[in-house]
Ligand binder design. Sequence first.
Ligand SMILES: [Zn+2]
Length: 69
Amino acid sequence: MYNSRKKHLEEIPTEITPIWKCSNDECSGWMRDNFTFSAQPSCPHCNSSMVKGEKELQTIVNLSPTSMK
Ligand SMILES: [Zn+2]
């Protein structure tokens, strides 16, 4: 007898996204580059300087109200 498997969850698209990450090894703080308006952001957790990097993140679907026409 088989238990019917739960439907496979819809795959969430991901993409390699530019981010800033905290230069402090003891801190896991990071932020998306496109959410940063400073040329050299500092970590919101420990205020250390941040370094550029990249991370595989869920794609943000930009829901613009102008597309609802
Ligand atoms: Zn930090």
